[in-house]
Design a protein around this ligand. Structure first.
Ligand code: GP9
Ligand code: MN
Length: 404
């Protein structure tokens, strides 16, 4: 009931950090362009395969942006949709099933809904069937004015591979819609080509496959490279259409692309004997890039604070100059001076500045070795509490009482 929400509200207020004063409102009234980068993990950034860069565009873009290299995905079975849920609600997805399916008609207070109150038009672009992940229903609850889905795109044999429309054409066609939208707009673009099983035609392969016994791992690199090239063309397109300067661009990896079934080839690629549970957690890092033309190109920064997808919502709202004091969310502004270095994964694992907790074992981050549980103990209760409070909100549809 509403008293439960009051308890949770007290917990959240106690954890709140004051926004960074220099950055609060720095992107006020700008268009917001968010890209969900399919299956992109941090280990490919600034890395090579067969001597060639895997993400040359992103590596360059990072040098003109804020880049978070210690940010973990927190998704569960809902994969891409869980990442969307985290990014826009700053709530945890569910331990079982996909919240997009199970609780799509709940009351939420997602970023698109908040921005609509500030005069924004909100739209999402994804070239898949509109009901995939129940998005057509969920997007109404999140406050989207318009969902450009499969039927809005010209998809044919030539411009498709694997799951559908290739990213390059997806961005090209999306841009034609984007330039007609009322401004300021808040938009989200969901890529698709870098999806398991990483199919790609020869002509789109800009770097060769990796060589191992594992076809999935081998193919991952050229599809990542293809997505990187598509992102480059998209940013160029934004510039050409005059949509770049007055925007803030946020790129994030949605979840891992290489599951633990492929640890052997991953160990080979990373030059390790094997992938330990500790390495596994470190591989759950996904890139987050925040690009503010006129700001981050002058003062780029690599930010290594421990953080998660849950932190994105308050961060964006603060950059847009929107206060979140009364908002129910579990993340913290990534730029807050005293942001807590702590992130809980959906399976209950957690990461702090110095330690990683997984399956009842505490690891020292400096060595990757097991350490005394007393180092992790101070955070165990908090990790449970966060997931439990968030689940209470979702299962009880508690944001119905938000206005009280
Ligand atoms: C499907 C796309 C990929 O529309 O978002 O879904 P995933 O399998 O990664 O959740
Ligand atoms: Mn995905």
């Amino acid at each position: 009931d509403s008293s439960e929400l009051a308890d949770i509200g007290n917990y959240i207020r106690a954890n709140e950090k004051a926004p960074n004063k220099e950055l609060f409102g720095i992107a006020k009234n700008r268009n917001v362009i968010i890209v969900s980068m399919e299956s992109l993990q941090s280990f490919v950034i600034n890395n090579k395969v067969n001597g060639q860069e895997i993400t040359p565009f992103l590596n360059d873009f990072i040098k003109q942006s804020y880049y978070f290299d210690n940010l973990y995905h927190q998704t569960g079975q809902g994969k891409t949709s869980d990442a969307e849920f985290l990014i826009e609600n700053s709530l945890y997805p569910l331990g079982r099933g996909a919240v997009f399916f199970t609780h799509a008609t709940n009351e939420y207070n997602a970023t698109p809904e908040i921005l609509k109150k500030h005069g924004y038009y909100t739209a999402v672009f994804h070239a898949n069937n509109k009901s995939f992940w129940n998005r057509d229903i969920m997007y109404q609850s999140l406050g989207y004015d318009r969902y450009f889905s499969l039927t809005d795109f010209d998809v044919n044999e030539e411009n498709s591979v694997g799951w559908g429309l290739k990213d390059k054409y997806f961005f090209e066609q999306s841009l034609q819609y984007l330039k007609t939208l009322q401004q300021p707009f808040y938009t989200k673009f969901i890529t698709l080509t870098n999806h398991f099983p990483f199919e790609l035609e020869e002509e789109d392969r800009l770097i060769p496959e990796y060589t191992s016994d594992d076809r999935t791992v081998n193919r991952y690199f050229p599809t990542v490279r293809y997505m990187d090239e598509s992102l480059k063309a998209f940013i160029e397109g934004l510039k050409k259409e005059g949509l770049y300067d007055n925007s803030i661009i946020i790129l994030y990896g949605d979840h891992y692309g290489i599951s633990e079934n492929h640890n052997e080839a991953m160990a080979q690629y990373l030059g390790k004997e094997k992938i330990t549970p500790f390495d596994h957690i470190q591989l759950q890092r996904v890139p987050l890039i925040i690009h503010i033309p006129g700001v981050t190109d002058k003062h780029p920064e690599v930010i290594s604070k421990v953080s998660g997808q849950i932190d994105v919502k308050p961060t964006i709202l603060h950059l847009l100059g929107i206060d979140t004091k009364d908002d129910i969310h579990f993340g913290q502004d990534l730029f807050a001076k005293d942001k807590m270095e702590f992130v809980v994964l959906r399976d209950g694992s957690f990461i702090t500045k110095d330690y990683i907790y997984k399956d009842n074992i505490c690891y020292d981050k400096k060595t990757g070795l097991k350490t005394d549980m007393s180092h992790c103990e101070p955070y165990m209760e908090k990790a449970k509490q966060e997931l439990d409070y968030s689940d209470k909100i979702v299962y009880g549809d508690l944001l119905r009482f938000y206005n009280d």
